[in-house]
Write a protein that binds this ligand. Structure first.
Ligand code: ADP
Ligand code: SF4
Length: 697
């Protein structure tokens, strides 16, 4: 093996090849299967997204779960499909794209069984034991118990899918038995498998079907493909679920049958836990010991972004391959950057799970750190490349939050002369404030990556203490102005419930998250947090106040705390944390008015009101754009030509407050589109694929 001279020898171990059955991974960077909300609806976009990872140096790039038979669909979620030969070209496109860059392509064959209500196909779901389907939405559908013929059929269907996967060009054909999302997991689990035949009861019996499917798959694909097995090492349910000791016994029984063991926690929210609730490498205690049970390579995940931590995973013998989903989304070029010793260029995942929300909202994956994610094909964006500038006209970016920072660094990389003016004394805007809230320290990486990039760009000048007004901007005379001045939390209660200001008595003690983040907290007493925003901030405010010793009441018109965080899989952890901290959660509660000594709340259903005493109220409802500068500049549009101004564009929260991911995206979009074809709004600004109409119309 020739070693790249730029690489620190400390990291050589990460670039050793690993044999996986009949195929060889060229290094230890392994993109484990991950969902992305694109699936069968956006197959070419998906193929290109995976291809960019292969280009970035990942040795193995896998699909998401792929439905392999029409009797189990996972609607409304949008994953890939391999129901018959007609689906092969769609999958082949992805495998080809991955091969183009010298990586191995893996496919995760999935049959959701009791996990899917079959909303699309209307088939009756099948399970080891009939019971209500275990979907996210409590669907009023039950699965039926599989008989022996069903088991034989399912084996045949899996085998047929493996053959199709081989035909599509995949190098690794997964037998998926993890995350409580697939029939093989259900057969392993006493929770789902109450059978009294040879497929239920004892450990050997529950493992039987997995053994058979592993053998079937091996026979089907022969020496053309590796057969990895993905298994959940623990369901974190105590004795009610699969636990490490029992799963290790299962692995012991099947030790040499698969070509690779891919082990992770279940369910998915434990596997892909956010940084707010779990650190890098959190799964290591669970993975530990698996390698002793088999001679086959082991892959484990842990939101690894630190090359030293990766090296320790291998050196400590925890795993042979560094499994990554989110770190590969945030930085598809992570392996290449480590190989080239460009550590400061690594765009580290912040562990926010906005990527996961794509799957949960059935929309194409997006990433807070990597605004090109999901746009590789439809807009032609690339995480590491951006076309050169098309003019010499300099750009003034006002505001150094996520939007302004991303615009400045991306414009800088295009070669434009950029001036970034920031009112405060630090970069990062909201990110620098929010990363000081409990559990959000990793969010500072949004700022840190961009700050690092700016250091390297001699054509970008940053000025602090530069709160600009329209006069100043007009005087500078930059031809292009980007206004990225952010937003502030509203104090008037406008949000989802109140679309106009709510009644707030003079003298009422009302605070916003900005006040709390600035250190203005009630001294104690009883505090009400009214959360009509529903993402993370309301829950965090309650956490901060409870920590300070306030008697904290959390009110929400929704059914639960921070309800949108269902999409980032954090909701159960947030609610548990608040309850454990003694926060009283009041669901289905509207806030009708704030008085001097308390509030009037009402039931969202009956309207019945209640007076509640409180020393202070924290309103977490919505944010108002800081758009004074933008408005003032617009009002003087007639003077722009004299001042040498061609365009003023408002981006990010200053235009319309949303997530940090939205702001970063807005910054990137400005930079990508500058001096490009005009975007009039009359045409769809991206490529898309349309369903081919049947000839039998
Ligand atoms: P976004 O998420 O859209 O990037 P942020 O609120 O995080 O927005 O960041 C906005 C940044 O703009 C903050 O750092 C703020 O200090 C800065 N800012 C706001 N108004 C001005 C101004 N008039 N001149 C310069 N900087 C400003
Ligand atoms: Fe990481 Fe957040 Fe990007 Fe997902 S969206 S990859 S968690 S930074």
């Amino acid at each position: 093996m020739t070693r790249d001279t730029r690489r620190d020898p400390r990291y050589d171990v990460l670039f050793e090849p690993v044999a996986i059955g009949p195929v060889t991974a060229k290094n230890r960077f392994y993109q484990v299967p991950h969902c992305n909300g694109m699936g069968y609806r956006d197959p070419t976009a998906l193929a290109h997204m995976r291809g960019v990872k292969a280009e970035g140096g990942w040795a193995v790039v896998c699909t998401e779960q792929v439905e392999f038979h029409h009797t189990s669909d996972i609607t409304p979620f949008i994953e890939l499909r391999l129901w018959d030969d007609r689906d092969v070209p769609m999958l082949a496109r992805m495998a080809d794209r991955v091969h183009e860059f010298g990586a191995l392509a893996g496919i995760e064959l999935a049959y959701n069984g009791v996990n899917g209500p079959n909303l699309h196909t209307r088939e009756v779901p099948m399970a080891p034991t009939g019971m209500p389907v275990a979907s996210f939405t409590y669907d009023p559908v039950q699965a039926r118990t599989m008989d022996k013929q069903d088991i034989r059929n399912l084996r045949r269907w899996h085998r047929a899918a493996a053959l199709r996967a081989r035909k599509a060009g995949f190098d690794l054909v997964y037998v998926y038995a993890g995350h409580a999302l697939t029939f093989l997991h259900h057969f392993l689990s006493k929770r789902y498998n109450h059978r009294t035949d040879e497929y239920g009861g004892s450990l050997e019996n529950r493992v039987r079907l997995l053994r058979e499917v592993l053998i079937d798959t091996r026979e089907a694909v022969g020496d053309a493909c590796a057969v990895p097995c993905r298994l959940s090492i623990d369901e974190m349910l105590g004795p009610d679920g699969l636990e490490k000791a029992e799963v290790e016994d299962m692995i012991g029984l099947l030790a040499e049958l698969p070509d690779l063991w891919d082990v992770a926690l279940a369910p998915w929210e434990n596997d892909s836990q956010t940084s707010r609730f779990g650190p890098e490498g959190r799964q290591e205690p669970f993975i530990e010991g698996v390698k002793k049970l088999t001679t086959k390579p082991v892959v484990g995940v842990g939101r690894y972004t630190s090359p030293d931590r990766m090296v320790s995973v291998v050196n400590k013998g925890l795993a042979d391959l560094i499994g990554c989903a989110r770190p590969s989304i945030a930085d598809p070029f992570l392996p290449k950057k480590i190989e080239e010793g460009r550590f400061e260029d690594i765009r580290e995942c912040i562990g926010c799970n906005i990527c996961v929300s794509g799957d949960f909202t059935m929309s194409p994956i997006r990433c807070t750190q990597n605004p090109t994610m999901g746009e590789e094909w439809r807009k032609g964006w690339h995480p590491e490349r951006i076309r050169a500038k098309a003019s010499d006209k300099p750009v003034l970016v006002v505001g150094a939050g996520p939007a302004g920072l991303e615009a400045a660094q991306a414009l800088g990389k295009r070669g434009y002369e950029v001036t970034l003016a920031e009112k405060g004394t630090a970069l990062g805007g909201r990110v620098s404030r929010e990363c000081r809230l409990p559990g959000l320290s990793a969010w500072a990486r949004v700022r840190d990556y961009r700050e690092q990039q700016l250091h390297k760009l001699a054509n970008v000048q940053v000025y602090f203490d530069s709160g600009l007004d329209a006069d100043a901007v007009m005087e500078f005379g930059f031809p292009r102005i980007v206004v990225a001045t952010g937003a502030r939390w509203r104090k008037d209660g406008v949000g989802h419930q109140w679309t106009r200001p709510m009644p707030v008595a003079d003298g009422a003690r009302v605070l916003t998250p900005d006040d709390v983040m600035d250190g203005t907290l009630p001294d104690g007493g009883c505090v009400i947090v009214w959360d009509d925003d529903h993402y993370y901030m309301g829950g965090l405010m309650a956490e901060v106040l409870a920590e300070k010793g306030c008697e904290t009441h959390y009110l929400t018109p929704a059914c639960e705390a921070s309800t949108w965080t269902r999409n980032t899989m954090e909701q159960p952890f947030i609610q548990a944390r608040l309850l454990e901290m003694g926060v009283k959660i009041h669901a289905f509660a509207n806030l009708d008015a704030v008085s001097e000594g308390g509030i009037t709340a009402s039931c969202v259903f009956t309207g019945q009101t209640e007076e509640v005493e409180a020393d202070a109220v924290v309103l977490v409802t919505s944010r108002a754009p800081e758009d004074r500068l933008a408005r003032d500049l617009k009002a003087r549009a007639a003077d722009w030509p004299d001042a040498g101004i061609e365009s003023v564009v408002t981006i990010g929260d200053a235009l319309a407050p949303a997530t940090i991911a939205h702001a970063v995206y807005a910054g990137r979009r400005y930079a990508e589109e500058l001096d490009g074809p005009p975007v009039t709004g009359d045409e769809v600004p991206f490529k898309r694929e349309l369903v081919e109409l049947s000839a039998e119309g």
